[in-house]
Ligand binder design. Structure first.
Ligand code: G4P
Length: 526
């Protein structure tokens, strides 16, 4: 007989969950690793299913055509699978710096991240920002150095680069024997055993693992074994050893090496997610008080996506469960408006594939359909009210004016603008005096491309984007806005959330104005 009280059930279920994201440079092997996770979890019989599924998805969606052309990922999906009696929720992140704001929001919904690096490339500049975003959230990060089956960089040099560039100290758990390209296997530094590298043909099936003790490995491998042992000794000397406390604080990163293509290291990594990555914990509300997992249902919206499937034309909100048990059909309260919200059509979210979700627990992600009133950052709760902190906006780095090419499509233009702003695709700034064209603000150029593509194909409004004369933004208030009206080279706009933004033609001019008027409010954007 099950004697667990309903209250304890949420904690038990939460403890079984690991909710994480993989962040990587495009081409470092994220898709391959995801496939291998599914293979090892028994969720697919043979590797290749993810790509096949992704292919099907791409064929049914307009804007995924853009992803395909540009080789980028704009959509996020959530995979759920079981491994060692644990339930893994793997959240996808876009793999390009221009979408770092999206990545930031997805990362706020996970409890850990896996950073995948290509052994030949290390950390690349175009994705450095993504890793910094991850680091800035103090998320526990596990690092996987992939593609060891082919020539690459010296592993010690890669450790140094990670530490210098993202200020995260690597603590290798497995260490390579043999150089990349002539890879023999890894030492598991926890017990000194050697795991022999065997190639399986493109890793279609799980690889068998040969584990040798130190003496046998030394006899069989020879010089490469001795060099690897020496390097492990160096790692001991500098204290680069697994340390759970600093890992959970986001200061050190347990590091694994392997080759996703040939399946090598995949099991180690999955085990690390179970054994090292934290389960969902009590999430802090806006006051900083943690909400216990056992409180009635609560969750927050971290992503909104309209028109994922053009045949449905719906609005899907991705909600991360923070406390309690979710039961499909349960009425919830929408914190921002106080209105009741129906959950009759709750689904899982794998691209445009949908399955009904009946129950969910802390750490899970629920897709709510027809959620046109929800916004990113909104809280939903069942009975005891709570508000989770809103997301900070990123500092926009580029600005563009936007107009519709065809004035008869003004209605479509306005509704597209409203929707894409709500999804956080772009920041929309409107001139306070309503004289100037609307300005779009973004972190990266590709956000403009996604905006233009989606407003044309989903809303039927072709737009004209032109570089704006404004180059830098600051948050201001009504009093300063009035004063700014009287000077040249600056203009005040209102963002969708009501924040007043002062735009300047150059940072030189901004610095000048700020230094001449120290009492004016010209804050860094957040
Ligand atoms: P991404 O999602 O991070 O963009 O990377 P993806 O998994 O698509 O991998 C990019 C390329 O790198 C693929 O080759 C993939 O086969 C290869 N790759 C991934 N892991 C490894 C590895 O451990 N070793 C080696 N040698 N290659 C690896 P592709 O030629 O672009 O695609 P495909 O024809 O193999 O599908």
């Amino acid at each position: 007989m099950n004697t667990a009280s309903p209250a304890r059930k949420e904690s038990i279920e939460a403890n079984r969950r690991r909710t994480f994201a993989i962040i990587s440079h495009p081409d470092a092997g994220k898709t391959t690793l995801t496939e291998k996770f599914l293979l090892y979890a028994g969720a697919v019989a043979e590797a290749g299913a993810v790509k096949a599924r992704a292919g099907r998805r791409k064929a049914t969606s307009d804007w995924m055509a853009l992803e395909q052309q540009r080789g980028i990922s704009v959509t996020s999906t959530v995979l759920q699978f079981k491994y060692r009696e644990h339930i893994f929720n793997l959240l996808d992140t876009p793999g390009h710096r221009d979408f770092s704001e999206d990545t930031y929001r997805v990362l706020s919904a996970v409890d850990a991240a896996i950073m995948v690096l290509d052994a030949a490339k290390g950390i690349e500049t175009q994705t450095l920002k993504l890793f910094e975003v991850c680091r800035a959230q103090s998320l526990p990060i596990i690092t996987f150095i992939n593609k060891f089956d082919r020539p690459g960089r010296d592993p010690l040099e890669l450790l140094d680069q990670i530490e210098r560039q993202i200020n995260l100290k690597p603590t290798p758990v497995t260490w390579p024997v043999g150089i990349p390209g002539n890879f023999k296997g890894v030492i598991d530094r926890r017990d000194g055993t050697f795991i022999n590298f065997t190639r399986s043909i493109r890793g279609l099936n799980m690889a068998s693992e040969e584990i040798l003790d130190e003496d046998t490995a030394s006899q069989r491998i020879g010089d490469d074994w001795e060099s690897a042992k020496y390097e492990c000794h160096l790692l001991d000397e500098i204290g680069a050893n697994l340390d759970i406390k600093s890992f959970l604080a986001g200061e050190t990163t347990p590091l694994f090496v392997g080759s996703a293509l040939t399946n090598f290291g995949v099991r180690h990594l999955l085990d690390a997610i179970v054994d090292l990555a934290p389960p969902p914990g009590a999430r802090s509300d806006t006051e900083g008080s943690p909400r216990s997992l056992e409180e009635p249902f609560s969750g927050f919206v971290f992503k909104i996506q309209a028109n994922m499937d053009p045949s449905h034309r719906d609005h899907l909100a991705f909600v991360r469960v923070c406390s309690g048990e979710f039961n499909r059909g349960m009425p919830l309260i929408h914190g921002r408006t106080g209105k009741s919200f129906s959950t009759k059509y709750a689904t899982s979210v794998f691209g445009s594939d949908r399955d009904t979700i009946d129950k969910a627990y802390p750490g899970d992600v629920v897709g709510l359909v027809n959620a046109s009133e929800l916004q990113i950052g909104d809280t939903l709760y069942q009975s005891s009210p709570v508000t989770f902190p809103p997301f900070a906006s990123f500092v926009p780095e580029i600005f563009s004016t936007v107009q519709t090419r065809d004035t008869s499509k003004h209605k479509q233009f306005r509704s597209g603008l409203h929707q894409l702003e709500r999804e956080g695709v772009i920041q929309v700034l409107r001139d306070k005096k309503d004289e100037l064209p609307i300005v779009l603000a973004a972190v990266g150029q590709m956000q403009f491309e996604v905006f233009a593509h989606r407003i044309q194909y989903e809303f039927g409004a072709e737009v004209l984007l032109s570089p704006s004369i404004y180059k830098v933004a600051r948050v201001t208030d009504e009093a300063t806005a009035e004063k700014l009206d009287s000077i040249n080279g600056a203009r005040v706009f209102a963002r969708g959330d009501g924040t007043l933004m002062a735009l300047f033609e150059s940072s030189y001019w901004l610095d000048h104005v700020a230094s001449q008027n120290p009492t004016w409010k010209l804050d860094q954007v957040s």
